[in-house]
Write a protein of this length. Sequence first.
Length: 72
Amino acid sequence: MWTVVYIMSNRSYAERIKQALLDEGFLAMIRAAGSPNEGEQGPVEILVLESEAEEASQVISKMVSTLGGSRC
């Protein structure tokens, strides 16, 4: 089962986090979290398999600190 591990402010940052998770061997996907009217600039959920959520959250925490918390 997929579970949301993080919500990013927009798709471009979410794509970077998703790629980092994939590079680490996680199964990851993103999906829009806001209104369909927000398009590419709305919030985006990052999802991983429930069994990998804790470990993926640690990877995301490291990535977010690299990106800068104000962008997330």
